[in-house]
Design a protein around this ligand. Structure first.
Ligand code: AMP
Length: 479
């Protein structure tokens, strides 16, 4: 079970958090469309509403009215191929001897089974096979023996993998980012409170100010009265493993992640794509919407060098068709691409065309598009991709595809070019990605493009010195 999602947490001075939580989930809708949920606490008890579907469908005014309290957390869940599962909708909530707990998780643990088995042996009963429930039970258990900060630290010392969490313990809202900082999490200030969110676009939506990213290994505790927050660096880690794919595809272009505005990152990746593998053609067309910023950077770099290449819109997107990627069969995926994108003939007919997309996963979109553009009269179709070839699955929370389904899993760029019937094909180098993000390769999670992961994943190679924690003997919280 993989969790790939958007999380939020809010503490306000003296108004209910439900509406701001609802609006920020709207802002994070692109991170998950399967289910949406909010848990609040009014100082006496927890209130929860979790529903399958989009944010706009999951809550009606009465639901929001019933979510009392100035503190709360929210979640949107990303759909996983073939599993639409109400039991895994979040926030996950649990009541135990020393209080109530709500948890929203973005990421994926790689040792959840070990910890789950251990807790089951100790008598914990699980209602799902999701790793979020494992974190909730582990934390609940630690809270019986420790104060809040030490309990979180103890759980962080046991769990291994990718996690950005917003947690509510009674009426206290917390944010936690894993020691590698794999998924994003940031903190912002509102006129009358504080907010934690997967992406800064959610803070903007509430007219708030981004304060900063939550640091890898850091815990942020919002004051329940909405007047401030405390931070604790619970795990020190010299190396990070930020997911580069957040910048390439997953995050909103108007979000700032780890101090980089995603839109500018994508434009710069587009510029580098021209520098590395620019091809003369009449027109550059973005694959909407994800290729747009890359294509504008690519065209700008080309024009800076004196090229006559024109930037144009050549593909119209039908906004009402869901993501093609998660259609269960290849036949449906192909039909969905055609439903989603239609060519604008005047910018294509008789022209040499270059299309720019952020990534190729299975190859469905590019194969279909090239055929579509040729049918619309393109003389030549070149393909440029703003990321390196995806050669291996993601275990850290992005639904990519299995290794066998990945078109670059066992084929060279030349072979892929032939298969998708492009006139030329180039990808961006890994070094260009690291340089654009102003970091080194060693500080990024590059598992999907190298097949080597920054975590200890069974049956997979790693690119660093990592080991799963010995969960049988948890280190004391104050170690
Ligand atoms: P494919 O058609 O399988 O090659 O997938 C590539 C297309 O899907 C590109 O247009 C990407 O923008 C988009 N894409 C890439 N990664 C994902 C993902 N994890 N979920 C949904 N769509 C994706």
């Amino acid at each position: 079970m993989h969790e790939k999602c958007g999380v939020v947490g809010i503490s306000l001075q003296d108004r209910d958090a439900a509406r701001p939580l609802y609006y920020s989930l709207y802002a994070l809708q692109h991170r998950g469309q399967e289910s949406a949920g909010i848990v609040t606490h009014d100082g006496f008890q927890q209130h929860s509403h979790v529903e399958m579907g989009l944010v706009g469908d999951a809550f009606d005014p009465d639901d929001l009215e019933s979510l009392n309290g100035a503190n709360g957390i929210g979640h949107v869940r990303y759909p996983t191929a073939g599993s639409v599962n109400a039991c895994c909708a979040q926030p996950f909530s649990v009541s135990f001897k020393s209080g109530s707990l709500g948890l929203s998780h973005n990421g994926n643990l790689v040792n959840a089974d070990e910890i789950g088995d251990e807790l089951a042996d100790l008598g914990h009963a699980f209602t799902s096979d999701g790793d979020t429930e494992v974190i909730a039970h582990d934390l609940a258990r630690n809270l019986l023996e420790e104060d809040l900060v030490r309990a979180v630290k103890r759980t962080m010392n046991r769990i291994h993998g990718s996690y950005s969490l917003t947690i509510m313990h009674d009426e206290t809202v917390l944010g936690v980012r894993d020691p590698e900082g794999n998924r994003p999490l940031c903190i912002g200030e509102l006129e009358d409170g504080y907010v934690l969110a997967s992406e800064s676009a959610a803070i903007d939506t509430l007219d708030g100010e981004l304060i900063r990213d939550v640091k890898p290994g850091e815990l942020v505790v919002l004051h329940p009265d909405g007047t401030g927050y405390d931070t604790y660096q619970l795990v020190e880690n010299e190396e990070t493993a930020h997911c580069f794919f957040e910048h390439v595809y997953f995050a909103r272009p108007d979000s700032t992640i780890d101090e980089n505005l995603v839109y500018e990152v994508r434009r710069e990746l587009g510029r580098k794509l021209w520098e590395e593998s620019g091809v003369e053609s009449d027109v550059v067309l973005p694959v909407p919407d994800s290729g747009r910023a890359f294509a504008s950077g690519y065209a700008e770099a080309a024009q800076d060098e004196g090229s006559d290449i024109e930037f144009a819109e050549g593909l119209m997107k039908n906004r009402y068709v869901g993501r093609t990627f998660i259609m269960p069969t290849q036949d449906e995926r192909e039909r969905a691409v055609r439903l989603k994108l239609n060519p604008i003939k005047s910018t294509i007919e008789g022209k040499k065309v270059t299309i720019i997309d952020d990534s190729i996963v299975r190859g469905t979109t590019s194969t279909q598009l090239i055929q579509l553009l040729k049918d619309a009269g393109a003389e030549e179709v070149n393909v440029r991709i703003g990321a390196p070839p995806i050669v291996a699955p993601c275990y850290m929370g992005i639904d990519m595809a299995s290794r066998e389904e990945l078109i670059a899993g066992d084929q060279s760029v030349e072979e892929i070019c032939e298969e998708i019937e492009a006139d030329s094909l180039s990808y961006l180098s890994i070094d260009a990605v690291a340089e654009t993000l102003d970091t080194s390769r060693a500080d990024l999670c590059l598992g999907c493009v190298t097949g080597k992961y920054p975590y200890d994943i069974e049956g997979e190679a790693t690119d660093r010195d990592v080991a799963r924690p010995d969960i049988g003997a948890p280190s004391p919280a104050d170690d």
